[in-house]
Ligand binder design. Sequence first.
Ligand code: ZN
Length: 146
Amino acid sequence: MSADETLHVTCPACAGVNRVLAARLGKEPVCGRCRAPLLPGRPLELDGPGLERFLARNDLPVVVDFWSPSCGPCRMMAPQFEQAARTLAPGVRLAKCDISAAQDAATRHAIRSVPTMVLFRAGREAARISGALPAGDIVAWVRSVL
Ligand code: ZN
């Protein structure tokens, strides 16, 4: 992307759509509506409707970890996913969706096992991978797709 390109970035707090210059992505942009940090560099927690709003108008790639609190490998992967979020910020956004509380999202995205990570580009699925991974492998997978 070029530095003067404008990107739509959904706010994780209010779901407002912000327009951010690509050159400013790394400068801790805040939401024009609610002032929340747009790209906090940690995984966002999204419920089912929140996930759809988040994906609808957002130009940055999003990796969603579909997980469940009752899944041991999911819990083990959580700190790895947080580390990957720091490594991939600000160009890639990471989010978590607890499918035990968002079964509509699990159905819509055809999640058959947890953890499953789905990479979305412009709101559409670009790739998915199932099973817990260490941070380095998450980052390598994302970069191999983008
Ligand atoms: Zn906001």
